[in-house]
Design a protein. Sequence first.
Length: 77
Amino acid sequence: MKGDRVEIVVDTGGGSNTYEVAATRAGRRVEVRIARGIVEVAEITRSGSAVRTARFMAARTLALVEYPADDGPLPGE
């Protein structure tokens, strides 16, 4: 959903870098996959094809924070 984003903090040896992958258009979503020592974050279209993909070594990944899209106020708020 547009507005979804994932923030990744990676150890670079002398410090850390922060990367962000976000769903930039309506109908896109962000998926996180962790397998075989690799963290893969991808922006996916409705049809399932990847628009952008970021891959990091799991051993170097310090934090992975998922921010869901804000759906707006709940009824009664």
